[in-house]
Design a protein around this ligand. Structure first.
Ligand code: TRP
Length: 330
């Protein structure tokens, strides 16, 4: 069997172009050399998302997105995290090999504490223990199946390091039971700017959603922030988020033409935004049709996810059993 590439996507927002370029596409490309295991991380989402209907909807949106963007459920093992009952058990076992200090220093938790301190609040105000435990749950996700590589964005690097720490601590105690995974950091994630020029991210509300209705998608592209230069003014293409986005969707020849317009004068932002919107719609034309069909067909999505969960559970059982045995629980 091929080595395993595993990654999870948290269903906390509608899939956008940054997700596609930074996560979906690289993960799908990896399938050539790896067995893909891709899942919807709904247990992780629960640390922040406490609206049941929204969580449920977003799980379906993410599942439909994977399938629409080309994931073949006969090739990849594709599932929903909460369909794996071994995960909470494994999380607990892993937590007993996780130094608490490591969790204190995990970015998401530490940022929340720092924010409270800044506001002169109790350091842990409003922070649930799930957020604190987030890295342990993620380590369990990765270690349960003996994952070889974990393709993630730079923002997840620390989580991979924590995972490796946990696996090494376990193995130091009991011998070589767990596979210590490698992160496959997708540096390019950082380079997909949102419509305001910051990294494209749901938390900045600056995304271009892939599957929004055409009108909405176009409107969002028209909102891309540019400076106030007139069309005839020369502009620096390498310091412009509209150009940075065009780079991902225009053909090399067209991109070169646009670059010349920027440098020599003649690039009209409004026109180029319209062109970008059309390029995006064209690029995702098939996927958008597929998505619209899939999202109407929740029974099918449920079925695909459950079949995937069965395969994932079969992959995880030997590791759970080995861990139970090693620790004396079995
Ligand atoms: N924490 C990841 C994110 O926010 C999602 C995730 C959960 C994940 N479990 C994982 C990613 C396991 C890789 C492997 O993006």
């Amino acid at each position: 069997m091929k080595p395993i590439a595993l990654t999870g996507i948290k269903p906390t927002g509608k899939p956008h172009i940054g997700n596609y370029l930074g996560m979906y596409r690289p993960a799908l490309d990896l399938m050539e050399n790896y067995q893909g295991m891709y899942f919807v991380a709904d247990l992780h989402a629960l640390t922040t998302m406490h609206d049941a209907a929204t969580l449920k909807d977003l799980v379906y949106e993410v599942a439909a997105s994977w399938l629409a963007l080309g994931l073949d459920p006969d090739e990849a093992i594709f599932f929903r995290q909460s369909d794996i009952p071994e995960i909470p058990e494994f999380t607990w076992i892993m937590s007993c090999f996780t130094s608490k200090g490591l969790l204190n220093r995990a970015h998401a938790y530490k940022d929340a504490v720092d924010k409270n301190l800044e506001l002169n609040r109790d350091p842990d105000e409003g922070i649930n223990a799930g957020l604190f435990y987030y890295p342990v749950l993620m380590a369990a996700d990765i270690l349960l199946y003996g994952s070889d590589v974990v393709p993630v964005g730079l923002d997840q690097k620390q989580h991979i390091e924590i995972t490796r720490d946990i696996a090494e601590a376990f193995n130091r105690t009991y011998g070589d039971v767990l596979k210590v995974p490698e992160g496959l950091i997708q540096e390019s994630v950082m380079k997909v700017p949102g419509i305001d020029g910051r990294k494209m991210s749901k938390s900045y509300d600056n995304t271009i959603p892939i599957f929004a209705p055409e009108k909405k998608l176009r409107k969002q592209v028209m909102r891309i922030v540019t400076d106030s230069k007139r069309p005839e003014d020369p502009k620096d293409p390498d310091d412009d988020n509209l150009f940075a986005l065009l780079r991902f969707f225009a053909s090399p020849e067209r991109l070169e033409e646009i670059r010349e317009l920027y440098v020599g004068g003649g690039a009209a932002y409004g026109e180029l935004k319209k062109e970008l919107a059309s390029l995006i719609l064209e690029h995702f034309a098939d996927a958008r049709v597929k998505f619209d069909n899939l999202i109407q067909n929740k029974d099918y999505l449920d079925k695909v996810l459950l079949e995937g969960a069965q395969k994932a559970r079969a992959m995880g059982k030997p590791y759970l059993q080995a861990a139970r045995k090693a620790t004396g629980l079995d």
